[in-house]
Design a protein around this ligand. Structure first.
Ligand SMILES: C[S@@+](CC[C@H](N)C(=O)[O-])C[C@H]1O[C@@H](n2cnc3c(N)ncnc32)[C@H](O)[C@@H]1O
Length: 358
């Protein structure tokens, strides 16, 4: 089996809050508010410099966390970052994973892909760069190292988990917080391109390649899979259970690309909307992910609400950068790094790009 996949080690803290909170709630529903204490075993597969482990530690304070990677430099950074943590950091190999497993949850986030290489305009079939068979065998290996009702979390994969041999044994875990399984270019099990990854403003979206069918739930939203019967989806609820009945339009898309623009161009995209209804004596913040649909419209996902203070609306309606002092001018070396980055981006990105008006 060809084992190494994603080459880039890009990472940061709390990159996937919707996934982490959904898994946390699902674990709590099975093991109670203590989240299974130290009996809960997690694996960060492709941990890079360990930022993901620090994040997992904040969601699962008592868990036994294991972290592996193929990149020796990244592993040393992780060991350094985690010097105060009890995490077990090890070199990724099928044998080492089996030695430490089985796990309750395996996170393989932004690992099972070749990005940004898959964005190249010359690639219409990915097989020469990353074979579906390799993706499937890695998935089989990870699935084989899960406990009986363990969960496998996947984000940014070039191929679709639901096309693998093990998918029928898994149920999809869904929640209002999880609206997308990533932005990297998608390919079918023969390696043929399904989507192009494209930038709209600062956000990545999917452009469908040729006459592909747009199956929003199966192909673009599923990212947490729980081993078991493989039957109905598992729904993880969030927030207040009784909401004002009228569905208010979002006042603000706080995070995400210009959805009407994306919908009119058949781009697959998601953005998070907020609104602030009065509810009895309270003010609520209601959030909902919104997605483009195959019909070219924008659809609201299931909303979730929390009670809030009166000043929260003003805070959320403010752009994060608007209260900062002006940025210092870049130094000469920062300008050089920026120029190299734009050249790389130009090489990997398709020429038709739109700057979002949001
Ligand atoms: C883009 S980083 C993702 C880091 C982190 N999971 C995140 O999402 O922030 C991808 C990481 O996967 C690692 N990787 C690639 N193939 C792997 C494999 N077979 N086993 C473990 N790690 C692998 C790379 O070395 C790299 O550090």
């Amino acid at each position: 089996m060809s084992w190494n996949v994603q080459v880039a080690t890009w990472t940061s803290n709390n990159r996937y809050p919707g996934i982490f909170r959904t898994v946390q709630n699902r674990v709590a529903s099975k093991l109670g508010q203590g989240l299974g204490g130290a009996r809960l075993k997690l694996l960060s597969f492709g941990c890079s410099d360990g930022s993901e482990v620090s994040t997992l530690r904040s969601y699962f304070p008592e868990a036994a966390i294991y972290a592996c990677d193929i990149n020796a430099g990244a592993l040393h950074s992780a060991a350094e970052l985690l010097f105060m943590d009890e995490a077990v950091v090890f070199l990724s190999s099928p044998e080492n994973i089996a030695e430490h497993g089985p796990f309750d949850v395996i996170f393989a986030l932004s690992v099972l892909c070749r990005f940004p290489e898959s964005m190249s305009p010359t690639i219409t079939n990915l097989q020469h760069l990353y074979r579906f068979e390799n993706f499937e065998s890695t998935i089989e290996l990870l699935a084989g190292n899960l406990k009986q009702h363990g969960m496998l979390c996947l984000y940014n994969t070039n191929y679709n988990f639901l096309q693998t041999s093990v998918a029928s044994r898994f149920s999809v875990v869904r929640s209002p917080l999880v609206a997308s399984n990533g932005f990297v270019d998608r390919f079918d099990s023969s390696g043929h391109r399904v989507t192009w990854c494209e930038k709209v403003g600062p956000y990545y979206v999917h452009r469908l390649h040729g006459n592909q069918e747009f199956e929003p739930v199966a192909d673009f939203k599923s990212c947490i899979f729980e081993a078991g019967s493989g039957e109905a989806d598992i729904w993880v609820p969030f927030g207040e259970t009784s909401l004002p009945s009228e569905a208010a339009p979002p006042e603000l898309m706080r995070f995400g690309p210009d959805l009407p623009y994306c919908a009119s161009r058949n781009l697959v995209a998601t953005a998070l909307g907020y609104w602030f209804p009065e509810f009895g004596n309270d003010r609520l913040i209601v959030r909902a992910w919104h997605s483009t649909t195959p019909e070219g419209t924008v659809e609201q996902g299931v909303p979730w609400a929390v009670r809030s203070g009166s000043d929260v609306k003003a805070t959320l309606a403010t752009h994060p950068g608007s209260r900062l002092p002006p940025a210092p001018l870049p130094t000469r070396s920062e300008r050089a790094v920026g120029a190299i980055r734009s050249v790389k981006q130009y090489i990997y990105t398709r020429p038709t790009r739109h700057i979002c008006s949001l």
